[in-house]
Design a protein around this ligand. Structure first.
Ligand code: UDP
Ligand code: MG
Length: 312
């Protein structure tokens, strides 16, 4: 195997039903590129037959296929990290395994990269996801745009291309929680974007529950911005100023009119409001502290069980 120009990285988690259809479209699309390529599948601790299906594919196309079997589920972004550390291409393309990102669109990304960009993101046209997902993505995109310096039209699409230098920069990070498109953007010197088609999931169901989507968005927001913390302290300052004024008013009122007995529930209301805010602040701090804790443990981010590849 000579060093290929293009590396394709595909994380796979419980995708046995869709993999054959992926192979059937991916390899012809890559052969049509007429350049050296390698496909790296990362089995992210699937509990179904995905690993076996990938092994068969490796035996079928050992010249261009490599399979990394992670010993346990590490999450989509960590699986891609494992792929980044094993890939050799000058242009590295990430792709979902469920055919939501049409493999035929890879050619467009590569053409754009060859124009001299070091990171090409993508914008999904006619996104084929539930209305709730589309709405939530829009909200999260907007929030990210405001609180981080990362500019992306569509942060959620994983069909992207990265240059060798951007991948090397990502590989030098030892982050435990991360969001790869944002991390790549922060290292890119000449980023660009193109529009790509989007399809419905070919088989199976989304591997993201509402909970894991929420976790992922916390990774993005806390990983690339401390603005949420700053917002909290600003609100804290404003509220304490207001309550100081309120106390002064009550003292004066007590001296002039006498003590007040009514308004007890107003006070309760205010107290609960403040308790709520405090809890929110503690939780917010926890988000950061939790990440610091995970980082300082220096645990391996994933463990490679085996690598299936043909050595030259
Ligand atoms: N994936 C993974 N590990 C996980 C969850 C997902 O490797 O813990 C893979 C999954 O197999 C797919 C890609 O990440 O190739 C995107 O997942 P999915 O299509 O479920 O996400 P959605 O399109 O709903 O955002
Ligand atoms: Mg999908």
């Amino acid at each position: 195997m000579n060093t290929p120009e293009v590396s394709i990285i595909i994380p796979v988690y419980n995708e046995e039903a869709g993999l054959p259809a992926l192979f059937a479209r991916l390899y012809p699309a890559l052969d049509a590129l007429a350049t050296g390529y390698e496909v790296i599948f990362i089995n992210d601790g699937s509990r179904d037959r995905s690993a076996a299906v990938l092994r068969e594919q490796w035996q079928d196309r050992p010249d261009v296929t490599r399979v990394i079997l992670l010993a346990a589920n590490a999450g989509q972004h960590m699986a891609i990290m494992a792929g980044f550390e094993h890939c050799r291409g000058q242009i590295v393309v990430t792709l979902d395994a469920d055919l939501q990102n049409p493999p035929e669109e890879i050619a467009k990304l590569i053409a754009k990269m060859r124009e001299g960009y070091d990171y090409v993101g993508s914008i999904r046209q006619n996104r084929q996801d539930s209305a709730f997902r589309r709405w939530a993505s829009k909200a999260m995109n907007g929030l990210r745009e405001r609180i981080t310096r990362i500019k992306m039209t569509d942060q959620g699409c994983m069909l992207r291309a990265y240059s060798r230098s951007v991948v090397a920069a990502i590989n030098s990070c030892a982050e435990v929680n991360t969001f790869i498109p944002a991390l790549a953007y922060s290292f890119a010197q000449r980023p660009s974007e193109i529009e790509v088609a989007h399809e419905e999931r070919h088989a199976g169901e989304s591997k993201y529950s509402l909970y894991s989507l929420l976790r992922l968005n916390f990774d993005l927001m806390t990983g690339f911005s401390v603005v949420p913390l700053q917002w909290f302290s600003m609100t804290g300052i404003a509220i304490s100023l207001l309550s100081a004024l309120f106390v002064i008013f009550l003292v004066i009122r007590r001296l002039v009119v006498g003590p007040e007995a009514e308004g007890l529930f107003t006070l309760f209301g205010i107290a609960f409001f403040l308790i709520g805010l405090t809890l929110f602040g503690v939780g917010m701090l926890g988000e950061y502290v939790g990440r610091i804790y995970q980082q300082v443990r220096h645990r391996p981010r994933y463990i490679v069980g085996a690598v299936l590849e043909t050595k030259e």
